[in-house]
Ligand binder design. Sequence first.
Ligand code: AMP
Length: 618
Amino acid sequence: MADTSTISAAATRRPAAWSSLAGTGTDAEKLAFIEEVTTNVDAVQERVLAEILARNADAEYLARCGLAAGVTDRATFRAKVPLVKYEDLQPYILRIAHGDRLPILSGSGHPVSEFLTSSGTSGGERKLIPTVEDELHRRQLLNSLVMPVVKQHVPGLDKATTGLYFYFVKSETTTPGGLPARTLLTSCYKSEHFSKSCQDMTSPVAAILCEDAFQSMYAQMVCGLCHRHAVVSLGSIFATGILWAIRFFQNNWEQLAADMDAGTLTDRVTDESVREAVAGVLRPDPELAQLIRCEGSNSKGGHGAAGIIARIWPNAKYLDAIATGSMAQYVPALRYYSGGLLPIISTTYASSEGHFGLNLRPMCDPSEVSYTIMPNMAYFEFLPTDDAAGGAATAANQQLVLAHVEAGREYELVVTTYPGLLRYRVGDVLRVTGFHNAAPEFRFVRRASALLSVDADKTDEAELQRAVDRAASALLRPRGAALADYTSRACVETAPGHYVIYWELEKGFTSITKDVLDRCCLEMEEALGSVYRQSRVADGSVGPLETRVLRPGTFEELADYAVSRGASVGQYKVPRCVTVPAVIELLDSRVVSSHFSPALPHWAPGRRFQSDSDGEKC
Ligand code: AMP
C-alpha cells in the first residue's frame, strides 16, 4: 500500500474535489487516496453527510422530515430523518418519474438526471432509483481505484493490461416525465467516460452498446478470440456473464471458426456499426479457426471443456467477475472452465443506489472476499441483524455509523446518498470481517429477502409463495387436488441455471396429468417478478422452471431429518429453499416425476410507472 507520507488529511479536502482523481490521478495517488479515506473514516463520513445535506437542503423530503437547512450534525439527522425502504419513497420517486420538476429528493442544484432500474423489485417491478449527473463521477472514481489495487497483486500488469470483458446493455425506456430509465450498467456504458476509458478492452464499444444480445456477444467473442494472445484478464460484471460466454462459444464454435477461416463476419450480425468495428480486427486466421474447432468439438460432450479458458486465452492471469453473494454458486464452474489455473477476482460491491465497496485483497479465495466500504461514496449506517442485536434489528437506537461497527457481527446496510436517498435500507446483509486502517471490511452475506437467485433475478419467500398459490389455485384445486407442501432450490448444475420447485401433493392425488403439471410450471413463472421473466425471455439467462413431484410423506421425512440434526420439534418450519447437499439428496431420491415449463412466460420491455399499492398515477 502507499507510503503514508503521501497521505494528506482527509478533513482538509472537499469531497467534491475527489472526483477529478478518476481521470487524472496516477496509480500512486489513487492508492494514497484509499489510504487517506480509510484512515480518516469518521471525519470523511462527517464531511460527506454535511455535503449531502447542504446540496439537498431545499428538497421537499428534507423539509418534511423537519431538518432545518444548514443543520448537518449526525445526532439531529438521526433524530429527524426516518429509516426508509424503497416503498416509503416510492410516491416521491413516482412524482419525479411523472415529470414533477420541483426539488423533491435532491436539491434544485442537482436535479434527477435519470432513473436506474434495479434488479431489486418492488411489487414484481424493478425499483426505480433516481440519480443525478455527478453521481456517475463518484462511481467512476471508485471504478478507477480497482486497477491500481489489482496491479499490486498481479505481476506484469504494468506492461500489459488487455482485457476481454463481456459487457452488455439492456433496452431502456423513458418515464412519462421524459427521463431515461435504464440499468446502471447501461447508463455507465453509454457514458462518454466509458468510451474514453476502454482502450484496453478487446470488445469494441459498438458491440457493447448493441442491444441485440446475440450480435453483441458474437462480436465481443470474435474480437476476444482475435486478440487471444494479448488478453491478460477475462471477465464480466457477474460470474454468470463468463459462463454465458463459454456456453455461447460451445453453441456457436462452428460459425466462429468459419468466420476466422474467411476473415469475414457472419451475416447473422447485421448491425452496421458492430460490423464496422469488427472489420477492423478480424483477419483470416486458419490456425485460430483450427483451435476453435478443436476446443468446440471437444467441449460438446461436456468433459473436454475443463480448462478451456486457459487454453484459448493462454496469457490470461485472472478472471474478473463478482463471485460473491448469490454468484458464489458459480465458483466451481469458473474453476472448471479455467482448469483451476486462474484466480477469480471480485473487485467491487455496488448497486443502483451507489457504488459502495472495494476489495483490497483481490487474490484471496472467493469464499474469503471482503469489501472495504469507501467512506467517500455515501453516508453509511448499519442495522444489526444478528443474535447479538437481541432480535431487535430495527430498534431505533440500534443503528451504528461506519466507524463503530464490530468485527464478527452482521448488519443491514443503510445509505444516505448524494442523489437524495436518505437513510435508505439497501436490503443487503453484511458481516464485518476486519478493518483496513480504520475502515471496516465486510463480507457480503445475503440479500435480506432473496430466497432464489440464478442470475439478476431475486425471488423472495412471498413471491415464491404467490407463484405456488397461483398454480395450485388455477390448476390443482379445480381438479380437486391440493399441495401438501413445497420447497425450492436454485439449480445451477444445468446451463443456464433454473428454479426447481419440489412439490408434494396431498395423498390420493396421483391422477393429475403430466400436461397439467407442466402447465403448473408455466403458471408459476407467470407469477414471478419482471426481472425473472426478463431473464427467461429476453436474456435467456434463466432456464425453464422445473417442478419435481415428491412421493407422499417426503416432507415428514424431511422434518424427521431436521429434528435428528437438532431442530426443535415445536419450532420446525419447512424451509422454503434448500441448499444443504444431504437434504437435496434426500429430496431428489424421492422424486416420482419431473416437469418443465413448456413455454416462455409473458414479458415485455417497458414498465408501469404507478404505485404498487393502488395503481394511482402521480
Ligand atoms: P442492482 O441494484 O440491480 O445493481 O443490484 C445490486 C445488488 O446486487 C446489491 O444490492 C447486492 O445485493 C448485489 N451485489 C452487488 N455487488 C455484489 C457483490 N460484490 N457481491 C455480492 N452481491 C453483490
